[in-house]
Design a protein. Structure first.
Length: 312
């Protein structure tokens, strides 16, 4: 089998996360939002999860949200992992510095796997999801949040327009994100059962586009494309980008909008006890009876496709 395409420079991503670790919480509002949403979903599932892992834990937003939740007593051992060891420093929990693309967990060793805003940086999302599914016990649960395609659409458009103005062409400076329409398909392709995908679109307002860029740096969410733009992001290009951003995406108060799209995936490792779709033709009740209407047979059609009256 051929290796997946190298979209992201994982070593550079690790360095960016390490750089961001000390001040990550100052811009950790998206991580906290996604982690709280994962915990809210866990609260509705009344079962025990003796062994759980948080992939891409960063500074522990999921652990903190879980501790304040009714679901906390149902989650036993929680293992926190991150690509950057610096993100895991300073707290007394079970922590493992590791790459989400190469999971070290034994098959069927986990009851629960969660991840909030980390997996969109993997070069092969489906391959990572397959590893997660294999590490889960049968009927184990996965809940993961990743950034979707509408994320930073304003910044993307402004950068492209600025480059065309100054350079006569545009290249890739903002990372690609998952398409929400294919989100549940990622789980199906990875072998998960009962897949569900939800989208949460968040609009954040900034006093200036530079404030957005500063937050992205503190989040460790800056560009780590393997094939990065050959020309550096100069002051002139940044200034023109900010001008276009303010012209196109500011409100009456002068603040600019920044869109973040969070896709949350929920799937279960297959198990024979799970509900399965019925076979075609196996229904025990007529739809017409359930709706309280009279059923009429459709006219038959000949091979040319022309409808003809049905025979009595």
């Amino acid at each position: 089998m051929s290796a997946p395409p190298r979209i992201f420079d994982r070593d550079l991503h690790r360095k960016r996360l390490t750089r961001a670790a000390a001040d990550f919480d100052d811009a950790g509002f998206l991580k906290a939002r996604a982690a709280n949403d994962v915990v809210n979903r866990l609260e509705a599932i009344l079962r025990e999860f003796p062994v759980a892992v948080d992939l891409g834990a960063r500074t522990g937003a999921f652990r903190e949200a879980l501790a304040a939740s009714d679901a906390a007593p149902r989650v036993g051992l929680l293992i926190e992992t991150d690509l950057s060891e610096a993100m895991l420093a300073g707290r007394r929990t079970l922590r493992v510095a590791m790459d989400e693309e190469r999971l070290p967990f034994a098959p069927q060793s986990l009851d629960l796997a969660v991840s909030s805003l980390a997996l969109h940086w993997t070069n092969d999302v489906v391959g990572t999801l397959i590893q997660i599914r294999r590490a889960l016990k049968p009927d184990g649960l996965f809940i993961g949040a990743l950034l979707g395609g509408a994320t930073l659409t304003e910044l993307r458009q402004s950068l492209v327009a600025a480059e065309i103005d100054l350079l006569g062409g545009a290249g890739s400076r903002v990372s690609p994100f998952a398409d929400p329409s294919d989100a549940a398909g990622l789980l199906l392709r990875s072998g998960f059962a009962l897949p569900v995908a939800d989208v949460d679109r968040v609009t954040v307002r900034y006093s200036h586009p530079l404030k957005l860029l500063a937050d992205l740096r503190q989040m460790g969410e800056t560009n780590v494309l393997a094939e990065r733009h050959p020309r550096p992001l100069t002051r002139a290009l940044v200034a023109r980008t900010c001008e276009i951003y303010a012209e196109r995406f500011s409100g009456p108060d002068g603040k600019v909008d920044a869109t973040f799209e969070i896709i949350t995936l929920t799937g279960w490792a297959p198990h024979e006890s799970q509900q399965k779709p019925l076979r075609p033709g196996s229904a025990k009740a007529r739809l017409a009876d359930a709706l309280g209407v009279v059923e009429h047979k459709l006219p038959k059609a000949d091979r040319s496709g022309t409808a003809r009256p049905s025979e009595s």
